[in-house]
Design a protein around this ligand. Structure first.
Ligand code: ATP
Ligand code: OAA
Ligand code: CA
Ligand code: MN
Length: 672
């Protein structure tokens, strides 16, 4: 209780957040989207719908159903709910030992095939001590270790999740192309400063901690406090959604995950993003390898030790659990599981990668690395190639495999002409986050940033016509590093030596424009080790060593592609046209670029081709595109300096078995 007797203050509006972030802290950079500007939930909702004149008369039945007889209408309705079992909101509480409960759970899923059951476990200690609210549950005198709540609800076909979302989650609508438009609330991007990892005897030694690391420590006790909070919240609801799914298309390294969440939106999102089990696999699912408790609507308690805001995403590797409090941004689940893979896979000598991946007709595989917004999804989705995946992969001795079963595309300024496959994937079943649409026609305005610039579409990978199912492929031939250079000094494409590839992989550079706020014209450089510092769990050099080893072994060629500015910095120059970038990528895939004539640039020492089919030669050397040559030189040196400064932290580490490669990598950076 506060000393002045006024009690503990509560946030003024549901969207208010506590700002406790220290400026200039040592955390890895925040690549999450900006939070919304709306101050209240109603304001947020009003942003989503654009006013327009109604086009449909509201009285009388119109359209396809108008001419149906009642019998036909009923038949069609029945057909559409064929797969939906009756919702039984009654909660069946089974109390028993963990094993007994699991057995019952298994048996029940056999009795009702197709059903996914809600399953919640909670520590019984508090329960046994006697919470009057809870002792109403029958407690037979067997040794209790867990309570499991079976909710006979789930049968998560897309249609039912749509219905649940529309009925219970404000801001859910069906768009004109059939996608489910949703709002993620106050957070429209990830919150890397609120992502915490339990430090224990094992993780203390194994994980990367300290400067630059994404792992902010909490202790086991705090994790349990937050876990209890999340589970209590979920237990208080009429229903929870449970997804039992897989990660990783490599059958030998498949991970079973369970996601318990409160929103149909979250369930459909993960249904799309993770690998969907067959009915047979679901029946035999057994115990998951990892579980997420997503209580995102509910905040963490600010007075809990270690908490610095009302949001906390907590990872406990020993318990194989993650708890989410205070953010409904669905990407936290996707990228939270990616972090888990970044821990589990390297232990098996498998490299986990923040990259897109596709394969040509002849089986040539390319990886696309890059930070958020640099083009992984856009460029790996290529009508002339098979899509293996757009964002998260593993590279093992067997080749590459996608970790996910879906894609998560940026939608800002999306157009059907430039990105037809992504455009056409936005249909029934797709989750469309934080977009603005016409209130009557339900047509999405992809240019509208009113809710956020980070608008997204999450769809199953099968929605891309040339997806490669199963999503696996042979060893990569090309490793393409994407950087969206808003300084406009990096060449549109350069061929890299292995040491240069490693240098740029460890640097993980991109520069975007700070945002859409007035007056901000100056790009900010972002360095994020391994093009995904927010998700890696071990020291970056561990992943770098694995990449070097695999590239060497399989003879892959590295490339640096600037998908950003040309002809000047943001403000004076222009973003390189997507069709040109596609031509460049085509030349890499076909092998023609490997045999081109090259010249070397100053400062970065990059090899740039003099000619590429379909690309004006004058843009290949960035200096040509700048009218002010001095400004080009100054900007180049400025960026070179930023690279050097960033790399200082890595100069004391050894990469790989011998010092030779380490020395070569250090020499592969800008030289001036
Ligand atoms: N020359 C270009 N090359 C690639 N993308 C471009 C280019 N010009 C504009 N774009 C736009 O940049 C964006 C690239 O976003 P994309 O979804 O591919 O990012 P991503 O690397 O997959 O990021 P994330 O990891 O956040 O999903 C798209 O909106 C695309 O239309
Ligand atoms: O995780 C997200 O929110 C989107 C994404 O893919 C990234 O940022 O790399
Ligand atoms: Ca993407
Ligand atoms: Mn990503």
């Amino acid at each position: 209780m506060a000393a002045n007797g006024t009690g503990v203050s509560t946030p003024r509006s549901p969207l208010a957040r506590i700002q406790t972030q220290k400026k200039g802290n040592e955390m890895c950079h925040d690549d999450s989207g900006k939070t919304v500007t709306a101050q209240t939930i109603n304001e947020l909702h009003s942003l989503q719908k654009k006013r327009s004149a109604p086009t449909t008369p509201l009285d009388g039945v119109q359209g396809a159903f108008a001419s149906l007889t009642e019998g036909e209408r009923q038949r069609q309705q029945l057909q559409s709910i064929r797969y939906t079992c009756t919702c039984n909101t009654e909660t069946h509480v089974i109390v028993g030992s963990r094993d007994e409960c699991l057995k019952l759970f298994q048996a029940a899923s056999y009795l009702l095939p197709c059903a996914i059951f809600g399953l919640l476990t909670r520590n019984m200690s508090k329960f046994v001590k006697g919470d009057p609210e809870r002792t109403i549950l029958p407690v037979p005198n067997i040794i209790l270790s867990k309570i499991i709540k079976l909710l006979l609800l789930f049968f998560c076909v897309d249609a039912e999740l749509y219905e649940q979302a529309i009925k219970y989650e404000k801001g859910s609508f069906i768009t004109s192309t059939g996608a489910l438009a949703t709002l993620s609330g106050a957070k429209t991007g990830r919150s890397p400063r609120d992502k915490r990892v339990v430090i224990d005897d094992t993780t203390q030694d194994e994980l990367w901690w300290g400067k630059g690391s994404p792992n902010i420590e909490i202790n086991e006790h705090t994790f349990m406090v937050n876990r209890e909070r999340a589970v209590d919240y979920l237990n208080s609801l009429d229903k929870v959604f449970v997804n039992d799914q897989f990660l990783n298309w490599d059958p030998q390294n498949r991970i079973k995950v369970r996601i318990v969440s409160a929103r149909a939106y979250h369930s459909l999102f993960m249904h799309n993003m993770c690998i969907r089990p067959t009915l047979e696999e679901l029946k035999n699912f057994g115990t998951p390898d990892f579980t997420i408790y997503n209580a995102g609507q509910f905040p963490c308690n600010r007075y809990t030790h270690y908490m610095t805001s009302s949001t906390s995403i907590d990872l406990n590797l020993a318990r194989r659990e993650m708890v989410i409090l205070g953010t409904q941004y669905a990407g936290e689940m996707k990228k939270g599981l990616f972090s888990v893979m970044h821990y589990l896979m390297p232990k098996r000598q498998i490299l986990s990668l923040h990259s897109g991946c596709n394969m040509g007709k002849d089986g040539d595989v390319a990886l696309f690395f890059g930070l958020s917004g640099t083009g992984k999804t856009t460029l790996s989705t290529d009508h002339n190639r098979y899509l293996i995946g757009d964002d998260e992969h593993c590279w093992s001795d067997n080749g590459v495999s996608n970790i996910e079963g879906g894609c998560y595309a940026k939608c800002i300024d999306l157009s059907g002409e430039k990105e037809p496959d992504i455009w056409n994937a936005i249909k029934f079943g797709t989750v469309l986050e934080n977009v603005v649409f016409d209130e009557h026609k339900r047509q999405v305005d992809y240019g509208d940033k009113s809710v956020t610039e980070n608008t997204r579409a999450a769809y199953p990978i099968e929605y891309i016509p040339n997806a490669k199912i199963p999503c696996v492929g042979p060893h990569p031939k090309n490793v393409i590093l994407l950087a969206c250079d808003a300084f406009g000094v990096l060449p549109p494409v350069s061929k890299l030596s292995l040491a240069q590839t490693m240098y740029h992989f460890i640097s993980g550079y991109t520069a975007l424009v700070a945002g859409t706020e007035d007056g901000i014209k100056e790009p900010t450089a972002t360095f994020s080790a391994c093009f995904g510092a927010a998700f890696i769990m071990l020291h970056p050099t561990k992943y770098a060593a694995l990449l070097a080893e695999k590239m060497q072994k399989h003879g892959a060629t590295g490339w640096l592609v600037n998908t950003g500015w040309s002809g000047g910095t943001y403000g004076s120059g222009k973003r390189i046209k997507l069709p040109y970038t596609r031509k460049i990528i085509d030349a890499i895939h076909s092998g023609s670029l490997l045999n081109a004539t090259y010249e070397k640039t100053e400062v970065f020492g990059l090899e740039i081709p003099t000619e590429i089919e379909g690309v004006p030669s004058e843009i290949l050397h960035p200096e040509n595109t700048w009218t002010d040559k001095q400004a080009y030189k100054d900007t180049l040196l400025k960026l070179g300096g930023l690279f050097k400064k960033n790399f200082e932290t890595f100069t004391n580490y050894k990469i790989g078995k011998d010092n030779k490669l380490t020395e070569e990598i250090l020499a592969a950076g800008p030289n001036f």
